[in-house]
Structure formats: C-alpha cells, structure tokens
Ligand binder design. Sequence first.
Ligand code: BEZ
Length: 327
Amino acid sequence: MKLIGKLIGGAIIAAATMSASAVSAKDFRLGLITPPPHIWTKAANAFGEELAKESNGAHSVTVFPARQLGNEAEMLQQLQTGALDMAFMTVAEVSNRAKDFGAFYAPYLANDISHAGRILRSETAQKMLDQLPAKVGVVGLGYGMAGLRQIVSRGEVSSAKDLVGNKLRITPFEPILDFYNAVGAAPTPMPLPAVYDALANGQVDAIDMDAELIWVLKYYEHADTVVQSNHMMFPMVGLVSARVWKGLSEEDRAVISNLMAKHVDSTIDTYIAKEQGWLNQIRDTGKKFVAVDKSFFTSAVDQWNAAWAKKSPSLGPLRKVAADTAE
Ligand code: BEZ
C-alpha cells in the first residue's frame, strides 16, 4: 500500500514538473503590420533574439510581420483572447479602445522628433500604460515610435485651403480623423498596405504619412507636393496579452518587460537619428517641398485641442510634460 502511495505521489510530482516546464518554455508569437525591412519589425526580431539568449533558449519569439495575422484590430482581439502572445502596435489602434491615448496625437504637442521621444519616455506616458489591462486586456511594456506625420499630395499645395475637400488617406483612428475634418479635408481611413496603390491610381488625393515610408516606399513618386508639416507624433507600444501575462512566472515577466521595453524604445533613437536624412532625400527629389508649421493649419489645431480636452484626461498632464521637456 505504502509503495503504491509513493508511486502515485511520484507520478503526480513528475506530471506537475512536466507541466511546469511546459509552461515555462514557450515560443511566443508576436504580430505586427509593418513589412520585414521596417524598423519596428527589425526591433521585434532583435527582441526575440535577445529573449532566446537571456532565457538560455527556453523562450523564443516567432515574429509575424506584414499583417500575416490580420490587421491591428484583429491582432488586438487575438491578444485579448490569448490566441496571440505579443504585438508591436500603433498607439493609434490602442486609442480606438482606450480613448485616453488619443492625447499623444495632439497636433504640435512635440516641437520636433527628439521632443516627441522625451514625451514618450516620460513617467506620465509610462503611467498611462497602467490602464491597458483593465480597458483593453493587454499589458503595455513600453513605447516606440515612427517619425512625425507629413502630407504627400497628388496636387499642388500652398496652403491648407488646397486640402479642402481632398480625399486624404489617414491611419484608421479617431484623433487623426478629427484633425483632418477640422482642416476641411475628406479623411479616408485606409490601412498601410493599401496606401501605395490608392495614391498611385488616384483613389485618394493625398496621404498622411511619415518621412521614412514616404522615402522608402517611394510615395513621393506619385505626388506633386510633399508638405513637411511635422504635425503629429506616431507612437508605437509593445504589448503582451494579459491572459498570457497571467500565466508567466515573475522571473519571466521581469525579463520580458525589460527586453521588450528596451527594443521598442530603441526605435525612438533610430527615428531621431534618421528622420532628417529621409526628409533631405525627399526634398532633393525635386518635387515641390514645403516646410510649414502650426499656422499652416489655421484654426484646425485649436478645434482639435478643444474637442480632445474633453475626450482624454491625459491631455493636460502630457502638455505639462511637453512644456517641461521642451528645449
Ligand atoms: C501608418 O498607418 O501610416 C503607419 C502604420 C505603422 C507604421 C508606420 C505608419
């Protein structure tokens, strides 16, 4: 009887140990919408490599770029159910579920790209991530970014009046929709992969885009005017499914937190270093290139600020950060 008891006890311990090690060794699936050569995708790959090294091969990360797992709204749903473990995602998409994050898109919140980086690295920005598990079902581990937003237009643009009534491609999220509505354009939500053809074939008159992609994906080839307006930052956030997070050990959480935060943050330095180079190359193509500031958009910026003061409690605190970190 004693022997049988010992055998059963041993079997239970062995089974428990096996399942513990099965949980602690994991191949995480990480999704993003950007193509393989994009800075965000490279950062995701680097995160996976470092996690494998730090965990002595216990963990690995399979990166699914270029919307292989669906668009960002679909990936966010997968994160909520635990079908997807991780994502590097636009804060734009997150702001569709947690409106407070719309504050980052306050037009001219940042004076330049380095200033945008300082705002994203602030304690206030970090604290905003605390609302994500309850509101969105994800854990936010840190921010990255793409460049500031610019406008590429098939037609001549000299003033914001030239954009009135134009079908202007936007990333699908509310803050940018509100901005271009205030400008008087006809904002047209469209995911990134659809943009090139839409601009080339005239389905849209203009696009809202960052300097890297205007240059690398050659959007400028289908434009008469590039407006360097720097009107908004474009943050990204490193996310883990809250369900998956619950199943991780404290030790794994610490390693994943540090490494994911480090690699998403590295994109901030990359954009700060490269933004001006892309803008120079776009300007040197000989296309009409106009550099404008807040005054170009006349009352649209104030209209946006008035609307979003009511929509986002974090707008005031982020403005204070912006004032404190301006140079
Ligand atoms: C966009 O929608 O314009 C975009 C999305 C992800 C990275 C960069 C740009």
